[in-house]
Design a protein around this ligand. Structure first.
Ligand code: ADP
Ligand code: ZN
Length: 719
């Protein structure tokens, strides 16, 4: 028996299938998709069996595989095919694509496979009879409803049980037990609203493969997903629910488990390797109906899929930013085709790309324009910080401080957002809020501390940091930056009685910390939840009636063409946390740009108005969704070489890609990472048939040559 093995080597050149011989003793364990250990050059590596055949193609003498290292098929037929598609979509190596689909402990080359957890279980194998004592018969009667774990029989001594084993009535077995990753929530009783029912019917009855569920915050999108999944389940079909990592909160899990009980698998980064391993095997063995997880859960080896739900589809977390740079939304579409399943993307603020596709009829658009239970959206106030400067206390306007005080007096709760996206990489005028932009790209210039230069990292344009603001002529150009600790101090100073909880990436990095903060706030053991963008997503606290955003415009200055979209999205999402139950909510947005459409439209909660304005800009500047983008990076340890080769790459692209606009090469946002220099060329195109082929040739050419590496990112989320 000969097998073709894809080995775990991370060089593009070696993405080939190598043939090995299988000895008699291993043949029974060989199946397509199992993991094996093989000799490779001078090393011993792991890989996946991709093909099985009787005759070798190679003329050379074949080496033998050392052992089969997995008992289960790790890559089933569907995933093997999906990996090939993914390779075409990302130009990554095939082995990287397969590795990305698997939890750590199942990847080829993973050092320590997690231990399985075993428990002692007693099984009845012969019914009780009169030869036994009364007590013994009593014990055996406990097994009427099936086997029992030892720890569920704690009032019976082990000796007594073992005696019954000896007599041939019971059998003692060591059985594998999965680690439990959640507990089932309490069932809530309510009927779907007209709007929700209508959404469900339309998704079920329309013959389309992708749906965009555009529903305002609190419109009950999650209940729509749950209903769809439930109906499908009754027909024996299963579903995957993707959520951004940080919205995979206990609140969310509670709602799903209340409806579906234990037949749910969770996949997210806070699980231990062992937990992930167990969850993955439960899925693979067909023991669960629903998989809920972050990006990589899109690869869950579920069979008979009816729905792939993508909640908060605007989240940038669905795109993987390192190799393989896949987009879970695109992967979902591929899998949906295979399974004849439907993809449902939901958001209060869909990406422009998705909304434009829905308007074109490529996706079916479904709207939930109202909050459940007639709840109204909050009143949003824009606080012009240019005006408030003189009366402000620290980072708080008087208006916001007064609103906080009033809310606390009513014993209601407050969420405060310190917008740290794009923080400190730009320079602004402290007096008028002016920010320098690139004259050619309409992108905020990035401040490079070492050279005191401002640079456009799309086209490479550079200028010195001006001393005097070009707009108000004051000497007040500064890079602004403030952390949540500072804001917390200010709160303690101005509102000494307020109980503040801080939630940011520092306070939530420990396992379980996020849940703990949420639970404290839920139990009303704090009045104010202060945090970075982490507080904007998916939280549902009925007593929050005030949301304050300290600096609504910071994210407008991210040097990225999506900065307005990011800002609109963030403000709409965080505003949606206020007034989710009966009481009316309020929102205060502090800003130096009170007239910016991203802020004005967020205040009006007017997605369509924002969409139209932003589409005009995108059209004008030739950005997505009008053009596709590809980022091509050239990396090298040698700064000069990096620059030279980047120019060389551009020449090649210019020659072969006639229908593509090329920008750069420019120094990447982070010019040097662990001593490797980085240049970037940005490609904009509508249609370019030979694009993948040319890019693939470039990648391979440099991979062979060494010293310089070319990386490609299709539809990058951060540019
Ligand atoms: P979204 O995901 O659109 O922001 P959710 O699904 O979180 O909205 O729903 C908001 C709140 O309304 C939740 O607390 C949910 O339990 C509740 N809810 C949803 N649908 C209904 C309904 N039909 N009747 C009563 N309450 C509902
Ligand atoms: Zn520029």
């Amino acid at each position: 028996m000969i097998v073709g093995v894809l080995v775990e080597v991370t060089n593009k050149n070696v993405d080939k299938i190598f043939e090995y011989q299988v000895e008699e003793k291993d043949q029974a364990k060989i199946k397509i998709g199992v993991r094996v250990r093989v000799p490779f050059a001078t090393r011993i590596l792991e890989g996946f069996v991709i093909e099985i055949k009787q005759k070798a193609t190679s003329q050379h003498a074949l080496k033998k595989i050392i052992e089969v290292t997995s008992e289960d098929v790790i890559l089933n037929e569907e995933l093997l095919e999906l990996g090939k598609k993914m390779q075409e979509m990302t130009l990554s190596s095939l082995i990287y694509c397969y590795q990305a689909m698997l939890p750590k402990s199942l990847k080829a080359g993973s050092k320590n496979s997690p231990s399985k957890k075993y428990v002692t279980v007693f099984h009845l194998i012969k019914p009780a009879d009169d030869t036994l004592t009364k007590k013994q018969q009593e014990v055996l009667s406990l097994f009427q409803n099936g086997p029992k774990r030892r720890d569920a029989l704690s009032d019976i001594s082990l000796a007594r049980l073992r005696l019954l084993v000896e007599k041939g009535y019971l059998e003692e077995r060591q059985e594998e037990e999965y680690r439990e990753v959640f507990t089932v929530g309490q069932k809530e009783q309510f009927a779907l609203t007209e709007e929700q029912q209508h959404a469900v019917r339309e998704i079920e009855q329309t013959d389309k493969s992708v749906f965009l569920l555009h529903g305002v915050t609190g419109s009950g999108k999650t209940e729509v997903y749950i209903e769809l999944i439930d109906h499908a389940l009754k027909l024996g079909k299963k579903s995957i629910v993707l959520v951004p990592e940080i919205s995979l909160t206990p609140q969310m899990i509670r709602r799903f488990s209340a409806r579906f009980g234990k037949k749910i698998a969770l996949l997210h980064s806070a699980l231990s390797d062992g937990e992930k391993y167990d969850e993955w095997r439960r899925i693979e063995r067909g023991e669960v109906d629903i998989v809920i997880g972050a990006r990589s859960a899109v690869f869950a080896p579920l069979k008979k899929i009816a729905y792939i739900i993508i909640d908060e589809e605007h989240s940038d977390s669905y795109k993987q930013e390192n190799n393989p740079r896949y987009d879970a939304k695109e992967i979902a579409k591929v899998r949906a085709l295979t399974h004849h399943a439907k993809v449902v993307m939901g958001s209060a603020t869909p990406t422009l790309e998705s909304y434009a596709r829905a308007k074109k009829g490529l996706y079916q658009l479904i709207c939930l324009p109202h909050r459940v239970g007639g709840g109204t959206l909050p009143d949003v106030h824009i606080v012009d910080m240019n005006q408030e400067m003189k009366t402000a206390r620290g980072h708080f306007s008087k208006a916001l401080l007064d609103a906080i005080t009033a809310t606390l007096e009513r014993k209601e709760q407050v969420i405060l957002l310190l917008n740290r996206r794009g923080y400190s990489s730009f320079v602004t005028c402290k007096n008028c809020g002016y920010v320098l932009k690139c004259p050619f790209c309409d992108i905020t210039l990035t401040y490079h501390k070492s050279s005191h230069m401002l640079r456009c990292h799309y086209c490479g344009y550079g200028t010195n940091l001006p001393q005097i603001c070009p707009s108000c002529k004051q000497k007040a150009m500064k890079d602004l930056g403030v952390g949540t600790e500072k804001i917390e101090e200010e709160l303690q100073h101005y509102l000494p009685n307020a109980r503040v909880l801080r939630m940011d990436f520092d306070t939530t990095s420990k396992k379980g910390a996020h849940e703990k903060i949420i639970s404290l706030f839920e139990k009303k053991e704090a009045d104010i939840l202060l945090g970075t963008q982490i507080v904007a997503k998916g939280l549902d606290f009925p007593d929050v009636t005030l949301v304050g955003v300290l600096n609504a415009d910071t994210s407008l200055n991210i040097p990225d063409f999506r900065s307005s979209e990011t800002t609109f999205c963030l403000l709409s999402q965080v505003a949606g946390r206020s007034g989710r139950s009966k009481r009316r909510g309020e929102v205060y947005l502090q800003t130096y740009n009170p007239k910016h459409y991203a802020i004005v439209d967020a205040k009006k909660n007017d997605y369509l108005s924002f969409y139209q304005e932003e589409m005009r800009n995108r059209h004008l500047m030739k950005y997505p969704p009008f053009y596709y983008l590809v980022s091509v990076k050239v990396l090298s340890k040698d700064e000069n070489k990096c620059f030279q080769e980047a120019n060389q790459v551009k020449k090649v692209l210019e020659k072969y890609l006639k229908d593509t606009i090329l920008l750069g090469p420019s120094a990447d946002t982070v010019y040097k990472i662990s001593n490797i220099y980085r240049y970037r060329i940005l490609l904009k195109y509508k249609y370019q048939s030979n694009l993948s082929e040319i890019l693939n040739q470039l990648i391979c050419y440099y991979a062979k040559k060494g010293n310089v590496k070319v990386e490609v990112d299709f539809n990058p989320v951060h540019v």
